[in-house]
Write a protein that binds this ligand. Structure first.
Ligand code: ADQ
Length: 441
């Protein structure tokens, strides 16, 4: 079987496995298990000059990473990737900050990566590049003469072409994407948007939907086992029999956190029967703290949490628990399993794996209810969830009330549908399906 070369902005440390590993490493676990692979990307470290690549081999997997200079990190990563492309791709044109210097640095880093990757490639490798940080790498590899099968996956949404056109130099970005043999997107809607944007410039690269999945059965087992861990037991004891509403996100403006907190505040006002009967635990570890909008969001949320608790708390009940530190994945699974309501309300999200992890973690005999944004990619698969418009806090309020009062029979029926959908996705395993199609092209 041909070697798989994964290229992503961050490369997971080789020794993180199972429940401790995050994001892409988990999503690609199945695709990597049975084959020889090389994973290439940024080490997460800074050095000036950046020096030679670092290489570690574990079994049949080789990890090759490069350092960035502090300037490259500021311009390529914090500036263009997180400050321009992230808001653009999440439909937030109002937050878009474009600086030519950053866009040029983004291209230059991609070209440097391509030059470093090229000599490590074998003729029959399959190359799979991930996410918006690395779009120009596709064209750079081709310009340098790489002839291998070249796939690209976008983990985030793609807006309608008329909105995307607001991005300066967007045509160049689309032409870079055109260097791929196959582009994978999270949903049919995203795939349609990107195909239409490419078609405007006569670019004919195939685009398909390959919704990122999770290891449903594995996560379910982890969650059941985590229920008896000391920390989960302590969480459950601290709730004193109250229902747990759980939110799990990175602290990011795409996740709809202020609207969500307002929706919860309104629940306590409009449906006072829930007062002292529920606890909302929101974990949102700080991410991208160097970007101004993220710092402003944190201040806004700190204030909102204080206001909601100040308004509704009793001397023996705190309605909202707010954690900005990360929680270990193994704890998360147990917390999700105990939650009566999973509250997942991004304003826009490529997929949202927390929604899938919530479904996977539930006790089949007594499952909780997922309240899910209709603008998360996961909404296309999870029809048993209560779907909300995350821009409308009152819609969140009403869904929370419905979830908290839902009879067991309805909870089971909704959950079973979603469990089936996740256990047997129509396209099979997303990564395998993507790679098979890439090989066929
Ligand atoms: P993210 O925006 O990071 O990922 P998401 O899919 O929700 O969003 O989470 C990825 C992983 O991080 C999940 O396994 C989740 O459990 C974990 N995680 C999130 N918040 C956490 C917290 N507070 N504590 C501990 N773990 C946490 C991007 C896209 C998504 C897409 C994924 C995968 O933005 O739309 O689903 O990539 O393609």
């Amino acid at each position: 079987m041909a070697r798989l070369v994964i290229v992503s902005n961050r490369v997971p440390p080789p020794h993180t496995r199972g429940a401790q590993a995050g994001g892409l490493a988990v999503a690609l676990k199945d695709a990597l298990r049975r084959r020889e692979a090389m994973w290439f990307g940024w080490s997460g470290e800074l050095a000036d000059p950046p020096g030679a690549p670092h290489s570690v081999t574990v079994g049949r997997h080789r990890y090759v990473t490069l350092d960035l200079t502090p300037d490259e990190e500021r311009l390529y990563y914090t500036g263009y990737s997180n400050g321009t492309l992230w808001p653009m791709l999440h439909y937030r044109v109002g937050l878009l900050e474009f600086r030519r210097e950053e866009e040029e640095a983004w291209r230059a880093v991609n070209e440097r990566f391509a030059r470093r990757l090229l000599p490590l490639l074998r003729p029959d490798d399959i190359i799979w590049v991930h996410d918006f940080h690395l779009i120009p790498l596709l064209r750079s590899l081709r310009d340098l003469g790489a002839q291998q099968r070249l796939g690209f996956f976008l983990h985030v949404p793609f807006p309608p072409p008329a909105l995307f056109a607001a991005l300066p130099r967007s045509e160049a970005l689309l032409r870079d994407l055109g260097a791929a043999d196959l582009i994978g997107m999270q949903t049919q809607g995203d795939a349609m948007h990107l195909s239409a944007a490419l078609a405007e410039f006569g670019i004919e690269t195939p685009v398909g939907a390959y919704p990122v999945g999770i290891d449903t059965a594995g996560f379910s087992r982890t969650a059941a086992a985590a229920l008896t861990k000391r920390e989960t037991t302590r969480l459950i004891a601290s709730l004193e029999g109250r229902s747990l509403i759980l939110g799990v996100d990175r602290l990011d403006y795409s996740k709809g956190l202020p609207h969500r907190l307002r929706g919860y505040g309104a629940l306590l006002r409009r449906f006072p029967e829930h007062r002292k009967r529920v606890t909302f635990l929101q974990t949102a570890p700080v991410s991208r703290g160097q970007v101004a909008q993220y710092r402003a969001l944190r201040r806004e949320l700190d204030e909102l949490v204080g206001r909601i608790n100040g308004e509704h708390a009793e001397f023996d009940w705190m309605p909202l628990r707010w954690l900005t530190r990360p929680l270990a994945r193994s704890l998360l699974a147990g917390f999700l399993r105990h939650a009566r309501v999973g509250l997942v309300t991004p304003l826009r999200d490529g997929m949202n794996l927390v929604a899938k992890e919530f479904v996977a973690s539930q006790d089949p005999e007594d499952p909780g209810v997922l309240v899910l944004s209709r603008f998360a990619g996961a909404a296309a698969e999870l029809s048993g969830a209560l779907l909300v418009n995350p821009h409308d806090p009152e819609d969140i309020t009403e869904a929370l009330h419905q979830a908290l009062t839902m009879p067991l029979a309805e909870r089971r029926e909704r959950w079973q549908g979603d469990w089936q959908a996740l256990s047997n996705p129509p396209g099979g395993n997303w990564a395998q399906a993507f790679l098979e199609r890439l090989m066929r092209n």
